[in-house]
Design a protein around this ligand. Structure first.
Ligand SMILES: Nc1ncnc2c1ncn2[C@@H]1O[C@H](COP(=O)(O)OP(=O)(O)O)[C@@H](O)[C@H]1O
Ligand SMILES: [Mg+2]
Length: 159
């Protein structure tokens, strides 16, 4: 993952080659089912960029990313969508994970509808309720219409 540095207007006018940020370079690993891999490095060393590239959230400038043997680097957003049910990122900041403009019921129903995971409104509703119960946000009725800002940090991160 290289990011082009666009530079200042004057630098571009003079056609100066000011290069690229090599955010992730020469990373190679294979991860098997059930395995856990820790990626450790100082701030700015490319951990987040690696994750974003693997999830198709940033188009890699080179290399290969395979999921169960299938090349996924450079897939269109549409082609990548089914894989989003399998590959996920848990963001560090829980408030960045939840849309502040959606109440919990809406936010939790959203991916189910996008992925066609449920066949009816009633089924979606049941799945949303089950998810809230699973993480202890009970009684469920009290949380369905709450917004992320109504929750404490621990609650919105699911801890
Ligand atoms: N969208 C971007 N455009 C340009 N440079 C970026 C972008 N995202 C990350 N970078 C750069 O890539 C490098 C790796 O960043 P990052 O993946 O966030 O590191 P980490 O998660 O390990 O702290 C940093 O130098 C960062 O400034
Ligand atoms: Mg990071």
């Amino acid at each position: 993952m290289h990011y082009a540095i666009s530079g200042s207007f004057v630098q571009r006018l003079l056609n100066r080659d000011i290069g690229a940020v090599r955010a992730v370079d020469g990373v190679s690993f294979t991860l098997y089912e059930g395995e856990v891999l820790g990626v450790v490095g100082e701030s700015g060393s490319g951990k987040t960029t690696l994750g974003r590239a693997m999830l198709g959230l940033a188009a890699p400038t080179g290399g290969s990313i395979r999921y169960r043997g299938r090349e996924v680097a450079g897939l269109s957003e549409r082609a990548f969508r089914p894989l989003r049910r399998k590959l996920q990122m848990v963001f560090q900041d829980p408030h960045a994970s939840l849309n502040p403009g959606m109440d919990l019921a809406t936010a939790l129903a959203h991916p189910l509808r996008i992925h066609g995971a449920t066949r009816s409104g009633a089924e979606t509703d049941a799945a949303v309720r089950a998810a809230l119960e699973r993480v202890g946000l009970v009684p469920v009725e009290r949380f369905l219409r709450k917004y992320p800002s109504d929750l404490s940090g621990g609650r919105s991160s699911g801890r």
